[in-house]
Design a binder for this molecule. Sequence first.
Ligand code: ZN
Length: 107
Amino acid sequence: MRRSNQSLLSKIIKERIDKLFELAEENIKKHPERSRRYISLARKLSTRYNFRMNKKIKNRFCKKCDSLFIPGYNVKVKLNSREGIVEYHCNCGVVKNIHIGKKAKKA
Ligand SMILES: [Zn+2]
């Protein structure tokens, strides 16, 4: 790939990944298998084209089973406000910690 095409390419990849996440969300309840495949495709795209997913996207799915996180549906959300962490407990057993930051509070 030519260097001049790089930014155009990453724009296309981003759009594709966004679309795949959209599809994954639409299919999660009726077709969970399909939904997982969309996530896995999005991840493959990002690896193949060296496209870095931002944190917002990364925090939306399980790295182990490629499930899109739907709080209250396939993932239990626990808030650990003392540590400033939201814990996502996936159905596959993986716990993902998402740091939301501690509130500065001195005891
Ligand atoms: Zn999982």
